[in-house]
Ligand binder design. Structure first.
Ligand SMILES: [Zn+2]
Length: 188
C-alpha cells in the first residue's frame, strides 16, 4: 500500500491530499480492510498511517488515525464485488477534468485493462455520502472502473497493482483524448 501510494502520487494521480486506496484480506476467517487515512497526503504514507477496519466500519487498528471519508464507498464496493480485493480512488487531473465537463472517456487500443468502449459514469452525490457509496458500488457491478461525475475516478482489481494500473490507464487515456481533441479542433 505504501509503495502504490507513493507511485500514484509520483504519477500525479493523487495530488495534494486527494485520493484513497484500500485492500481486503482475511484474518482468522474474518474479512479485514486496510485503508488510507483521511486528511493525509498519499505522498509519504508510512505503516502506522494505515487504518484497519472490519466490514461494519469498526476500527481494529490505527491509533489516532481516522479512515478516509470514503470508507463506506470502499466497504460497499467490497460487498458488491466478492471477486476483487483492492480499490483505488483518484482525482487525477485530466480524467477529473473530463468528469467535470461531462465528457466521455473512450477506451483506446493498447490501454489493456480497460474493457468498456466508454468508461461508465456515476451521477454526482456528495463525497463521503451513503448515496455516493451506493451509486458507485452499483456502478461497479459489471465493470472495473467508473468516473464519478464532477469528482474523480474509482478503479478496482484483484490486487492493488491491477487497480492502480487501471487508474493510470484512465488518466493516460484521457490525456491522449485531450490532445486529439485539441489538434482536431485546430483543423477546423
Ligand atoms: Zn474523492
Amino acid at each position: 500500500m505504501i509503495q502504490i501510494s507513493s507511485y500514484l502520487y509520483e504519477k500525479g494521480l493523487v495530488p495534494g491530499k486527494s485520493g484513497n486506496i484500500s485492500i481486503r484480506y482475511k484474518k482468522d476467517e474474518y474479512e479485514r480492510i486496510a485503508v488510507t487515512p483521511s486528511r493525509l497526503s498519499l505522498k509519504s504514507l508510512v505503516e502506522k498511517d494505515i487504518v484497519i477496519v472490519d466490514m461494519d466500519e469498526n476500527k481494529i487498528y490505527g491509533d489516532n488515525k481516522t479512515p478516509t471519508s470514503e470508507l463506506l464507498m470502499h466497504l460497499k464496493i467490497y460487498k458488491a464485488r466478492k471477486d476483487i480485493n483492492a480499490i483505488v480512488h483518484t482525482h487525477s487531473p485530466i480524467a477529473t477534468g473530463f468528469a467535470f465537463a461531462g465528457e466521455k472517456i473512450e477506451r483506446i487500443e493498447g490501454f489493456g485493462p480497460i474493457k468498456d468502449q466508454f468508461i461508465p459514469y456515476v451521477d454526482y452525490y456528495d463525497p463521503g455520502s451513503v448515496e455516493l457509496a451506493e451509486a458507485v458500488s452499483k456502478g461497479l457491478e459489471k465493470t472495473d472502473v467508473v468516473i464519478l461525475k464532477e469528482h474523480g475516478i474509482v478503479s478496482i482489481g484483484k490486487n492493488l497493482d491491477e487497480a492502480s494500473l487501471l487508474s493510470e490507464f484512465i488518466e493516460e487515456s484521457a490525456k491522449t483524448q485531450f490532445v486529439k481533441k485539441v489538434l482536431m479542433a485546430n483543423r477546423l
